[in-house]
Design a binder for this molecule. Structure first.
Ligand SMILES: [Ca+2]
Ligand SMILES: [Ca+2]
Ligand SMILES: [Ca+2]
Length: 671
């Protein structure tokens, strides 16, 4: 009996050329050069040239990918990738998809939470005898990036036009000037230029942070926010506001990020002179788009710099109303430029995902380091500034009151004037798919002059260094609660919730209530606001158990066009009690129950026609559900699959659809 020779890998073809399938399917074909640049949570292909044909009954083969200084499986920096018959989502796995003589082609799946950065590949083969192991290590590295096209990635972004703008557009517009005269300049982000990816990963490396944390976009933007400015860590750009730039480049002379990042990399990490806010923001956009996090530069006009976390812009005057210069350190800038980054926030309550403010200009320290964010825009808007990170600072930039304080004879100060509409105007970014200016002020703050804006300011102030700035309510005797009746609302019908007030006082109370309902992705990312209402509710004096229960209804036709696969909704209530000025605020998230009902319906043809009309707009959802139930994951991308017969109960025709990147693995039944 002859012992079969062990199988060895002669060479690996990563199929990494710019024009090849891997790069195109991973939306990385714009990056200069022929490295294998991948996005996580998506399969990729490679050819292995073996010493002889592969025999699955006796030969063993697996891959190993390593990143960072000390790769370890529990830290996510070492991936051991077994060969399997069928790939599963959320696992590092490989599968043979083609065999040609001595060659095999593998489809390899990465997980959607993978650490980003540079990986080194090993292909390990052996026969039945473990000691006959052979390891092949190709010279080429593999680059792994975030994946806004993958719905299980924390940076998933739904709209292709938005992904094109916020990830793939390498040119943009930065706004500056004053709110009366908004200026605009073109900025070359250049994230795909030669050497940019290496320079951006060099910035991460220089941060000295462990690679094990590089799977989290929250962490990455925090690291990048610190690293783009030079204090603390010899980061990329040195700020200079002196007017003398003779030993460097004037901040106004730059027209893009490429030269700055190249200089930083070539200089081995020497800060580049000089920048101001638009430079810090432009470079931040480059680095984050390059790494795959949807990002935009944002300009705020009349932007406050609150130096004492009071969440107010303070002007101190002496007894005779002359300014006290030594105390007047808060300031209002004509404009300030920072960034918005898109991601889910699994570390925060639902609804806080979506755009996050991130600021790389060194202004104030955050946990001892010059950095700022990510601060959820939703939290800024509602005044929930206790949520991470750095919401008080950003809130003050966009919506602090300008308060004038006069010194009393005993040295204390009294508030003598409050300008509520001075700070935060025309918050601007380049529009998606055009060079127009897009005003996003409404994402950062409630309309000036509205009661919701006042509630947000007063709520925020309570978490600052001067919580007594706004008068406290004379009593806090009203409470509000939202409840769901029975099993909760069903998809395709009106959703009804009970809002219950309790008046604990012996006097009449009335509440002016604002309500807003928004659709969320299952990740807690806000998708769209569906409806806003204002109502006044009268609460009779407490009679022991007196409650008032207005029924709140969301009509089917209101949410019909906005359905997404798991249909999570968030009701936000805020209001004020007229008699006491007490602020009431609560949020309630709920889901529309989907499919049990629909599956029963499929067996009754008469009914299904009627119901079919009703569920028209849920077709996408239904497909995904069928797909989750019946489709096995061959997942060569892109592929087409035919819906199984269950689908034809709902649609009268045979239906095919193409599935390129998105994986619907979650079982949607009975949520
Ligand atoms: Ca720094
Ligand atoms: Ca202040
Ligand atoms: Ca205001």
């Amino acid at each position: 009996v002859r012992v079969r020779v062990r199988v060895k890998v002669n060479s690996v073809d990563l199929m990494s050329e710019q024009s090849k399938q891997n790069r195109k399917e991973h939306h990385t074909d714009l990056y200069d050069g022929d490295d294998l640049i991948l996005r996580r949570g998506q399969t990729f292909l490679m050819w292995l040239d073996l010493s002889r044909p592969f025999d699955p009954t006796t030969d063993k083969l697996h891959l190993e990918l390593k990143t960072g200084a000390a790769p370890e499986v529990p830290k996510g920096t070492l991936a051991i990738i077994p060969l399997v018959d069928e790939l599963q989502d959320d696992r590092w796995e490989a599968k043979i998809v083609k065999e040609e003589g001595d060659r095999v082609q593998l489809s390899v799946n990465s997980i959607p939470t993978a650490v980003i950065g540079i990986y080194r590949l090993s292909v390990v083969t052996s026969g039945q005898e473990a000691e006959l192991t052979s390891i092949h290590q190709p010279a080429d590295n593999i680059y792994m990036l975030f994946n806004p096209w993958c719905e299980d990635d924390a940076v998933f972004m739904d709209e292709e036009e938005e992904r094109k703008e916020y990830v793939l557009n390498d040119i943009g517009r930065l706004y500056y000037g004053t709110e009366q005269q908004i200026g605009v300049r073109t900025w070359n982000f250049g994230q795909f230029s030669g050497g940019m990816l290496a320079s951006c990963l060099f910035v991460l490396e220089k941060s000295g942070t462990p690679a094990s944390g590089w799977g989290s976009p929250v962490n990455i933007v925090r690291v990048v926010s610190a690293m783009i400015n030079s204090p603390d860590d010899a980061g990329v750009v040195e700020g200079n506001w002196s007017g003398d730039y003779s030993d460097g480049t004037s901040p106004a002379a730059w027209s893009g990020s490429v030269e700055i990042l190249n200089n930083y990399h070539d200089g081995g990490g020497t800060p580049v002179r000089y920048g101001q806010c638009w430079v810090f923001s432009g470079v931040t956009t480059t680095v984050l788009r390059c790494l795959g996090i949807p990002t935009r530069s944002v300009t705020n006009f009349s932007s406050a710099h609150d130096t004492d976390v009071s969440l107010t812009t303070d002007v101190y005057l002496d007894e005779s109303l002359d300014p006290l210069d030594s105390l007047n350190v808060d300031s209002i800038w004509n404009f300030h430029v920072w960034n918005d980054c898109w991601m889910s926030r699994p570390d925060l309550p639902p609804g806080m995902g979506g755009w996050q403010a991130v600021d790389a200009t060194p202004q104030e320290t955050s946990q001892g380091t010059f950095r700022c964010g990510p601060a959820p825009l939703t939290a800024l808007r509602s005044g929930q500034v206790y949520l991470q990170h750095d919401c008080p600072f950003v809130f003050a930039e966009v919506n602090s009151d300008k308060i004038y304080w006069q010194r009393n004879l005993d040295g204390t100060f009294t508030q003598i004037h409050n300008e509520k509409h001075i700070v935060g105007h025309h918050i601007s970014t380049k529009a998606v798919g055009s060079d127009e200016r897009y005003d996003i002020t409404h994402l950062y703050k409630q309309p000036e002059g509205s009661e919701e804006e006042r509630i947000a300011v007063e709520t925020a102030s309570r978490y600052g260094s001067k919580p007594e700035t706004y008068s406290a309510p004379s009593a806090e005797d009203v409470s509000v609660q939202v409840t769901l009746d029975g099993d909760g609302p069903l998809m395709g019908s009106d959703a009804e919730l009970s809002i219950t007030f309790t008046n604990g006082s012996s006097e009449q109370r009335s509440v002016f209530l604002h309500s807003q309902v928004a659709v969320m992705y299952y990740t807690g990312v806000h998708k769209a606001t569906l409806r806003r209402d204002r109502t006044e509710v009268d609460l009779p004096p407490d009679s022991g158990e007196s409650t008032c229960c207005p029924l709140w209804t969301l009509l089917y036709e209101t949410y019909q066009g906005q359905l997404i696969d798991q249909a999570a909704l968030m009701l936000t209530l805020s209001g004020r009690v007229s008699q006491t000025q007490q602020v009431l605020a609560t949020q309630f998230s709920f889901r529309l129950k989907t499919p049990d009902l629909l599956i029963k319906v499929t067996t009754h043809s008469n009914k299904s026609i009627k119901m079919g009309k009703r569920i028209d707009s849920t077709q996408t959802c239904m497909h995904q559900q069928m797909y989750a139930c019946t489709h096995t994951h061959t997942r060569t991308h892109p592929h087409t699959h035919i819906c199984k017969p269950i689908c034809t109960h709902i649609h009268t025709h045979t239906h095919t659809h193409t599935h390129t990147h998105v994986r619907r693995r979650r079982n949607l039944i009975g949520i």
